[in-house]
Write a new protein. Structure first.
Length: 223
């Protein structure tokens, strides 16, 4: 019996202009913004669950304790601060990068303004698990649209390239760092943070293939 090896997932390395010329633009734009809106909704679900947030959102929630901003506004601000670090790393932002920095945070605040806060533990657990699953779907959707990396993903790949360290190591160190800073600021952490940390990577990777939109440009093209 012959076992077929899994087909590797290949994302195109396209510059901002090439992203818009890579074909299937309508499908990709809809998928990009649907994914970003869904990501904001998933954050709102996890916030309302009150069982712990993703490491970066622990940081964002911690910032809201010290500044007159909502968690979505904190996400937008942190996204643009992170993008400043792209400059020495020579990372090139695309439409997806800028949209990621703005749409997710704003949509999270909009959804939080209409979502009630449940009191029953069972309902809160359901919100947490639903939020994590939807965030996996949202991540696969916006990455699969092939409009460039999000601000945090670009920081990860840039640091990995400059330091020669593995993506896994760099991502782990980044997550631990922002989580520690978030805790010091009084951010919301809990069992949900652990569940998120161990599940979001495998979940996003498993969901990416059906969302990956093949572009006309060959992988590695940066025009």
């Amino acid at each position: 019996m012959t076992t077929l090896a899994p087909v590797p997932i290949v994302l195109s390395e396209l510059g901002p202009i090439a992203q818009l010329r890579a074909g299937r633009l309508g499908r990709r734009l809809v998928q990009l913004y649907a994914g970003l809106l869904l990501y904001g909704f998933s954050i709102a679900l996890m916030v309302r669950a009150h069982l712990g947030l993703a490491p970066w959102d622990v940081l964002h929630s911690g910032l809201t304790r010290h500044f007159p901003i909502d968690i979505g506004q904190a996400l937008v601000i942190v996204s643009f601060v992170v993008m400043l670090a792209w400059i020495p790393l020579r990372e090139m932002p695309g439409l997806g990068t800028i949209s990621n920095a703005i749409v997710i945070g704003l949509s999270a605040d909009v959804f939080l303004s209409v979502l009630p806060t449940p009191h029953l533990l069972g309902v809160r657990m359901a919100l947490l698990l639903t939020g994590i699953v939807l965030q996996g779907v949202a991540t696969a959707a916006y990455i699969g649209a092939q409009f460039g990396r999000g601000p945090r993903d670009g920081l990860m790949t840039g640091l990995s390239r400059r330091t020669g360290r593995s993506l896994r190591l760099v991502r782990t160190l980044m997550e631990l760092t922002v989580f520690a800073i978030g805790l010091m600021l009084g951010g919301v952490a809990g069992v949900g943070t652990i569940v998120y940390a161990v599940s979001i990577g495998p979940l996003s990777q498993a969901l990416l293939p059906p969302f990956l939109v093949q572009t006309h440009s060959a992988p590695g093209s940066s025009a």
